[in-house]
Design a protein around this ligand. Structure first.
Ligand code: ADP
Ligand code: MG
Length: 375
């Protein structure tokens, strides 16, 4: 289908109504677009900010067609939708993002093979077809290594760190149930990411390099600009530029990187959608990652450069942080609070985030850690 330039008043369909869908919808509405969201959860965060809600599973063909018929463009907030269904929709409706990025990136193995073909620097890995292949992993990667499921993992789910023989049974169990791969475990000095938006005529907009700290494999906080060597940001851009020659992207996506203790940069993985580590851009940049996504998928010109207006810290608010938040909220006007509106408050569930703009990132980092002391 044509990549059409949509006028304000047009309707955007979003597959998935979590926090990413919600923040996309908020950007879209700011620009005068209407939003219809499809999600199986009647209480999903996006529901009450959307003009219309289709309550259905992500793979319900009738519901997806209904979304296509009622909207002028379709986008998605997560990568685990069926690539073949998306492909069928692409032939009928306006879906500038296409299905290829989803097809490649929802399978960790295909993702790594594509990254390899693009010449990106990635962590050594091997495919695990069955438990016998664990011997190959031990032989070629050495301990420690991580076994990761090819499909469906997020926030470290579906991963087993194999430090030595004592973890092999656990790894075998995972491999028996699901297709996996094994990856060398690095001594990380830092994790960083770069959010990028691609628009019409391959226009490309980079966000600044983001420094990410994970706890229990869940993103804990993001600091921008990343506190890295001067040339790391350019190296990351170079990796992004290799990748986009091999994967068709339109809209916002994020490349996650590892930096090891010898200061080597590795591409870890790619999220073909707005990303948790880009949330700071809502307050800290002149365009947020959601704004540029909406501009791209509706066929508008992108800003050549996204400006970081002030250094920023974004911290995720998990279920267990909400008590502190409720207690402290009134005292901290400098906290830009986002609460997603999820009904069930679970200890490790992402319930919201806060962003602080600051001239002294290190000091603000210390004070916020003190506030949420249990970290
Ligand atoms: P997910 O899809 O769950 O985000 P990732 O591959 O990004 O999966 O892994 C989650 C986190 O686990 C990473 O951000 C990093 O902190 C840690 N991790 C994953 N792979 C490695 C590795 N090879 N070496 C060291 N740490 C790793
Ligand atoms: Mg990750």
């Amino acid at each position: 289908m044509n990549f059409s330039k949509l006028k304000f008043g047009s309707t955007i369909g979003i597959i998935g109504g979590g926090q990413l869908g919600k923040m996309m919808a908020q950007s879209a509405q700011k620009m005068g677009f209407k939003v219809i969201v499809l999600d199986p959860d009647i209480a999903c965060p996006c529901r009450y900010v959307a003009h219309e809600f289709i309550n259905a599973d992500y793979d319900d063909p009738n519901a997806l067609n209904q979304l296509g018929q009622k909207t002028d463009v379709i986008t998605y907030e997560f990568e685990n939708i069926s690539a073949s269904q998306l492909q069928a929709l692409v032939s009928k409706y306006n879906i500038p993002q296409g299905y290829q990025a989803i097809q490649v990136l929802q399978d960790r193995l295909m993702e790594k093979q594509t990254l390899q073909a693009s010449g990106s620097h990635i962590v050594p890995f091997i495919q695990l077809n069955d438990c016998d292949d664990l011997d190959k992993a031990i032989h070629s990667l050495g301990y420690p290594f991580i076994v990761k499921t090819r499909f469906g993992g997020y926030d470290g789910k579906g991963q087993i760190l194999v430090k030595d023989t004592t973890n092999l049974d656990e790894a075998r169990k995972l491999i028996q149930n699901q297709a996996c791969l094994a990856e060398q475990y690095l001594n990380l000095s830092k994790e960083v990411s770069m959010t990028v938006t691609i628009g019409l005529n391959n226009q490309i907009t980079y966000f600044p390099l983001q420094e990410n700290e994970h706890q229990n494999q869940i993103l804990f906080k993001t600091i921008v600009p990343a506190r890295t060597e001067h040339n790391t940001s350019q190296e990351a851009r170079n990796e992004v530029n290799k990748i986009i020659k091999h994967i068709h992207f339109i809209g916002t996506f994020t490349v996650e990187f590892f930096i090891d203790d010898t200061n080597q940069l590795y591409v870890n993985e790619i999220a073909p959608r707005p990303h948790n580590s880009g949330h700071y851009s809502i307050e800290a940049c002149d365009y947020s990652q959601f704004d540029t996504h909406i501009l791209a998928i509706t066929g508008q010109k992108l800003p050549c450069q996204v400006e970081l207006l002030k250094p920023a810290i974004m911290m995720n608010l998990l279920g267990r942080d909400l008590d502190v938040l409720e207690d402290q909220f009134a005292e901290h006007p400098e906290w830009h609070i986002h609460i997603y509106g999820k009904t069930a408050r679970k200890k490790n569930r992402k319930m919201g985030h806060l962003t602080i703009l600051t001239d002294d990132v290190n000091e603000t980092e210390q004070s916020i850690l003190k506030q949420f002391e249990r970290r």
